[in-house]
Design a protein around this ligand. Structure first.
Ligand code: HEM
Length: 503
């Protein structure tokens, strides 16, 4: 669970009952990591705060209660997101969904976050839907020739990289490259290959910044560069990389978990299919009942803290038990089978985090997931779960849900890509009824709603160039005018594409 940062063995000191009992080994839970009874058992044993090990010898406190998680997310005075200087275990290589670039507090964090938040807020929902549909249809067409598809591996997992690449303003070739590098870097099978892919990912983002410095457009990267905070090239590359690293896996998992529920639960499938359960409400239901994120490290105590009956010391590491908080009997219906549907449309879940580090891409991610689900169901109306064994699920504590989801459909359906472009999916708009406001059903906390769905006009606002920012380089890049006087400098992105042979 912990990543490449320095290790602080046994730095967290336990007090009270925790001192006398072995900590729960989060690092080796195996299949239990995905057992819905696990959180209940831990809560019964420890109460809302349990002593855990995130790696052998690396201790932390796992927050199991909704209220305790919310406090840790919102109270910056007692809990810091700056894990670098304390004893908290660092997040994994890409920080899921935290990332090192934003894992600070105060002015530095605000300065780096503002360009991302502002750039995301200016994307209208309709544009997101349009940019998801094309890659979604292409993936369906590519995987579905024989009437079978792995909805996680072939669809949900590559889709967010393809979509984000479009929002970086790059052609789909680069999206396929990003998806491939993502797959290689995450697969974990061959560490040397994963390292090569991780290095190539760095090049993708430095190359993206170089290209957008040379030629800006109406895209996320250009907006980040043009922001008045005037990020350096290195800062901008790190922030854009963070946007991708924080975004792609939870979004893919949300899509996968949602499709798993639609195909695996006949009642949910029918309600969603008939549009009785609107898309946004359904996504909240998924966040509560089949959350894409389980537990995230990324906070430490700034001083002595009493939390959920435990005494935490300065520097103690915290693991945010987001999925556990959703199973807290204090906030969820006791009988999940009967009462869980009441959670549809309830936006008080913690899947977006909360407070200063809360996810800045909530509307964006919802739109990607909703469009991905609807495009698939509209394109493949006969889709059903393939028979056979129960789908393999993630065994770590961070991502939760199916790691594969095999489905089949009548093979004669037309999913072919004609003239390089897939056919447009019918746009019924059946399930996409936007809910104007979250309903406060039992909510103790309402997720921030700031600027989630900006007006369509916002997209056409020209991207201003801040005073002092570098002017575009008019010469040298290959994609510049052919009469550029200087010899062409190699374009790093183009070279990367050639090196990985992605077309
Ligand atoms: C279903 C999809 C998603 C989920 C469940 C999710 C969840 C979260 C959570 C829980 C946090 C807070 C972490 C913390 O406080 O330590 C967070 C932060 C963040 N998310 Fe998301 N996220 C999703 C999609 C995305 C997407 C699509 C993007 C960008 C394109 C994105 C960008 C970010 C960034 C940049 C942060 C860091 C904010 C900061 O530290 O100030 N997320 N996300």
């Amino acid at each position: 669970m912990a990543g490449p940062g320095p290790r602080h063995a046994a730095a967290t000191q336990y007090s009270s009952a925790a001192d006398r009992s072995p900590a729960v080994p989060l690092h080796s839970l195996g299949a239990r990591a995905d057992d819905p009874d696990l959180w209940r058992e831990l809560r019964a044993r420890w109460g809302p705060v349990a002593p855990v090990e995130t790696e052998p010898g690396i201790r932390a406190w796992l927050l199991l209660g909704y209220q305790e998680n919310l406090e840790a997310l919102r109270d910056r005075r007692r809990f810091s997101a700056d894990t670098g200087s304390g004893t908290a275990p660092s997040a994994d290589a890409d920080g899921l969904p935290r990332a090192r670039a934003l894992s600070g507090d105060g002015a530095d964090h605000a300065r780096l976050r503002a360009p991302l938040t502002d750039a995301l807020a200016r994307i209208p929902a309709e544009r997101v839907a349009a940019e998801v549909r094309g890659p979604a249809l292409a993936l369906i067409a590519a995987a579905a020739a024989d009437g079978r598809i792995d909805l996680v591996g072939d669809y949900a997992r590559p889709l967010p990289s393809l979509v984000l690449n479009r929002f970086f303003g790059l052609p789909d070739d680069y999206g396929r490259l990003l998806a491939r590098l993502t797959f290689e870097a995450d697969s974990g099978g061959d560490p040397a290959r994963a390292r090569t892919a991780a290095a190539a990912l760095e090049e993708y983002f430095t190359g993206l910044v170089a290209r957008r410095r040379a030629e800006s457009g109406d895209d996320l990267a250009s907006r980040v560069l043009a922001h008045p905070e005037a990020l350096s090239d290195a800062e901008a590359a790190a922030c854009l990389r963070l946007l991708w690293s924080a975004g792609h896996r939870p979004t893919a998992q949300l899509i996968g978990n949602a499709l798993g529920l639609i195909l695996g639960d006949a009642r949910i499938g029918a309600l969603y299919g008939q549009a009785t359960l609107p898309s946004d409400d359904f996504l909240d239901y998924v966040m509560w009942t089949e959350p894409p994120l389980g537990a995230l490290s990324g906070r430490r105590c700034t001083g002595d803290v009493r939390l959920g009956g435990a005494h935490l010391r300065p520097g103690d590491a915290l693991v945010l038990g987001l999925a556990a908080a959703h199973a807290d009997p204090a906030v969820t219906p006791g009988d999940r089978a009967d009462g869980a549907l009441a959670l549809a449309g309830n936006r008080s879940h913690l899947m977006w985090g909360a407070g200063a580090h809360g996810c800045p891409a909530q509307g964006f991610a919802r739109e990607i997931a909703g469009t991905a689900i609807d495009t698939l169901l509209e394109r493949l109306p006969g889709l059903r779960a393939a028979g056979g064994s129960r789908p393999r699920r993630y065994r770590g504590t961070e991502l939760q849900g199916p790691a594969e989801l095999h489905a089949e459909f009548p093979a004669e359906q037309d999913t072919t890509v004609v003239g390089g472009r897939p056919p447009e999916a019918p746009r019924s708009g059946r399930r996409r009824r936007a809910l104007p406001r979250p309903r406060p059903m039992g909510a103790r906390y309402q997720a921030p709603q700031a600027a989630e769905r900006p007006s369509p006009e916002a997209a056409s606002v020209p991207v201003p160039r801040p005073a002092g920012a570098r002017r575009p380089q008019g010469r040298g890049a290959r994609y510049q005018a052919p009469d550029a006087a200087a010899p062409a400098a190699p374009d790093r992105l183009r070279a990367l594409l050639d090196r990985w042979h992605v077309r």
